[in-house]
Write a protein that binds this ligand. Structure first.
Ligand SMILES: [Zn+2]
Length: 68
């Protein structure tokens, strides 16, 4: 039997036929926590992208000022 253990909280999630040893999954609670973290990471990524675009825009403006 293959034992399924939550990768985060190590909770026993049951057993699966067709193998030996331990495999990792996510229990519903940890899945929700992970999903929230992933969504927050995506929001941070978007904020970083916007900051980078602003940074590039500022640099363009500075570059134009230097050229003139
Ligand atoms: Zn868990």
């Amino acid at each position: 039997m293959l034992k399924i253990v939550c990768a985060d909280c190590k909770k026993d999630l049951g057993e699966k036929a067709g193998g030996e040893g331990v495999t990792h999954g996510l229990c519903p609670e940890c899945y929700l926590i992970r999903r929230k973290e992933i969504e927050e990471m995506k929001i941070q990524d978007r904020a970083m992208e916007e900051n980078y675009e602003n940074y590039l825009r500022r640099n363009d403006m500075t570059g134009m000022k230097v050229k003139k």
